[in-house]
Design a protein around this ligand. Sequence first.
Ligand code: FMN
Length: 313
Amino acid sequence: MNNMDFWKQFKPGFSILAPMEGVTDIAFRQVIAKAARPDIFYTEFTNVNSYTSEKGRHNALERFRIEESEQPIVPQIWGTKPEMFAETAKALKEMGFLAVDVNMGCPDRHVVATGGGSGLIRTPELAKEIIRATKTAGLPVSVKTRLGYSKVEEWEAWLTDILEEKPAALTVHLRTKKEMSKVAAHYELIPNILELKNKISPETVLIINGDFERPSDAQKYIDMGVDGVMIGRGVFHNPFCFEKTPREHSREDLIDLMCYHLDLYEKYGLSPYDPLKHFYKIYINNFPGASEIRDKLMHTKTVPEARQVINSL
Ligand SMILES: Cc1cc2nc3c(=O)[nH]c(=O)nc-3n(C[C@H](O)[C@H](O)[C@H](O)COP(=O)(O)O)c2cc1C
């Protein structure tokens, strides 16, 4: 496959597990692959400053660690310095990645304070320069962003700026930075965004994101011409949400997934333990006695202790 064909291999209606910092690490991605695989994975976002500095490189490489079985997977990077994007993208190509995504949507105040993530919406010239610099590595470059910084009406000027750079794919989280995730996603703008995309950069693959619980929720928009759907928090409500034919899952199915997650956490030597507890409510939920079990799990301090709680069920 030619590198530039990466996005062209997916059929309309393809699905993506959204990048989620602190969530979609190598272990959780494999949990979702086992439950029901999306068509594409993304890594959590990684700062190009850390990859390009000696001190941060080890950490960055950990975040780019994947299993070949996770392909197709797109590493996501963020930052503000075009030359660092170029260098990181070049390294990603050498590592064997087939595409790269630039984060222009993160609303985290620490990220925005650096001018990165959704901060780039306020500096479109820099955003454009970053896309151009990232492209120099020879990988297809996609962008994930929001509708605007503070007002929904910004969407047209902002997405025009991005589309003029002809990204291979564009994911639009249908909210502004200011809206965080507090209001409903603006699905009403999808037809207009599609029209704009077709006018400025018809080759760009358009992916929509925000509040979808399963890929079929986006069918109406796929029928209009949108290419793919990205789902993030939907996996917290239902880790099987990428199933082609949805079915009921038993308590045992969920517990099996949790055990798999525990195994992977150990296998990859992930630490510290406490963040792993955030995942337990995904698996131990919606059955009689679930809250008592969760309570016991919240008091555990190690993976073997969590396993003991599960084994005693
Ligand atoms: C815990 C968490 C971490 C996130 N980290 C990232 C990230 O690293 N990169 C990114 O582009 N978006 C990140 N997002 C945003 C999601 O990718 C997605 O755009 C957002 O959750 C809306 O989609 P959803 O309604 O399907 O969850 C994160 C979201 C959450 C909840």
